[in-house]
Design a protein around this ligand. Structure first.
Ligand SMILES: NC(=O)C1=CN([C@@H]2O[C@H](COP(=O)(O)OP(=O)(O)OC[C@H]3O[C@@H](n4cnc5c(N)ncnc54)[C@H](OP(=O)(O)O)[C@@H]3O)[C@@H](O)[C@H]2O)C=CC1
Ligand SMILES: O=CC(=O)O
Length: 328
């Protein structure tokens, strides 16, 4: 088989890099690192395949890659990619759905538990030597079990969150999407447990509102002041999807007005979160540095799937997970 040129634009585990090197010529260059930018720029015009994550592959970049056949993302989200331009140039886009669902659902649950039981705040009280007497009502938390969960987005990861909530914590689950999910076919264990609900009814009833949405034209800024205003007073908001689906100014206003009890955020409109963002230090926000899928096992599984996708595409075989850029 002809050896082709692969440009790895974010580090891969050694065993996956070795799989690529066995079949093709590989350049590793992360354009976010100043010292590697020149080698990225030099390799791009010769690249048949790109593999990596967390870097925008836009129209201008694609124009510098005339030989490109496939982009393999080590992520499930595809908001970093110029979908219409990839489609127009007939370049395949592969991603990593499925292998990270349970891990991301665990992370979202960690935020649910941390915000409701004030885990970070109370742990800091102990660490800082302020645990001098039994804590009083002012530091009590809020039960999770039995409370109502409202999911905005009910795809692979949303359903994994719903299983934890319903089967593990006895929580009624409401979800809102553009189309109801056929639970009998997709998630029979959630039949009768997760209910498709109009958006405003979900917001009025849910004690926890969890956003697990992709970023697209239809979801950008979707969670705005009207959404926070429609939430039950004292609700907790969690975002595990993408930061730019939320108007962060409206989120802050909802925290300040007391409508929101707390927020748990793994994702932000700008990442890494700028120093000056009030969300960084807000006493009722638990921020995480976009670690939804960041376990050894899952990041390796994602790299392995992305590597397989790329090798198959370059060999003219059908990759295991292709994103339909025509649908964008
Ligand atoms: N924090 C992290 O580290 C991670 C974050 N993510 C993010 O989570 C996202 C979701 O992943 P996954 O569950 O695999 O994706 P899926 O495609 O399986 O699910 C997406 C869900 O969002 C719904 N949705 C899309 N657009 C809208 C809309 N305008 N209004 C209401 N609902 C909408 C879809 O339903 P319908 O189309 O019927 O509306 C579907 O239920 C990823 O795209 C990624 O951005 C993923 C992994 C890790
Ligand atoms: O945010 C992570 C992803 O896989 O998408």
């Amino acid at each position: 088989m002809t050896r082709k040129n692969i440009l790895v634009f974010r580090e891969l585990p050694d065993d996956q890099l070795a799989r690529l090197q066995a079949a093709h010529e590989v350049t590793v260059a992360n354009p976010r690192i100043d010292a590697q930018r020149a080698s990225f720029d030099a390799a791009l015009p010769l690249a048949h395949g790109l593999i990596g994550s967390s870097f925008p592959i836009d129209d201008a970049l694609l124009a510098r890659a005339p030989l490109l056949e496939v982009v393999s993302s080590v992520s499930v989200g595809v908001d970093n990619y110029a979908l219409a331009a990839l489609h127009a140039r007939d370049i395949l886009l592969c991603h990593t759905p499925g292998v990270l669902d349970e891990t991301v659902a665990d992370t979202v649950f960690a935020l649910l538990m941390a915000t409701s039981r004030r885990v970070v705040e109370l742990s800091n009280l102990v660490r800082e030597g302020r645990w001098t007497k039994n804590i009083g009502e002012d530091l009590f938390g809020f039960d999770v079990h039995g409370k109502t969960l409202g999911l905005l987005g009910f795809g692979r990861i949303g359903q994994a969150i719903a299983r934890r909530a319903s089967l593990g914590f006895g929580m009624p689950v409401l979800y809102h999407t553009r189309r109801p999910v056929d639970l009998a076919a997709q998630a029979p264990e959630l039949q009768g447990r997760a209910l498709f609900t109009a958006r405003d009814e979900l917001l009025a009833r849910a004690d926890f509102v969890v956003a697990m949405l992709p970023l697209s034209d239809s979801t950008r800024d979707m969670i705005d002041a009207s959404v926070f205003d429609a939430m039950k007073s004292g609700a907790i908001f969690i975002n595990g999807g993408r930061g730019a689906t939320v108007r962060e100014d409206a989120l802050l206003a909802a925290l300040e007005s007391g409508r929101l009890r707390a927020a748990g955020l793994d994702v932000f409109a700008t990442e890494p979160l700028p120093d000056e963002s009030p969300l960084r230090t807000h006493p009722r926000v638990t921020p995480l540095p976009h670690i939804g899928s960041a376990t050894h096992e899952t990041r390796h599984a994602m790299a392995e799937l992305a590597t397989t996708n790329l090798l198959r595409a370059l060999a003219g075989e059908r990759p295991l997970a292709v994103y339909d850029t025509a649908s964008a």
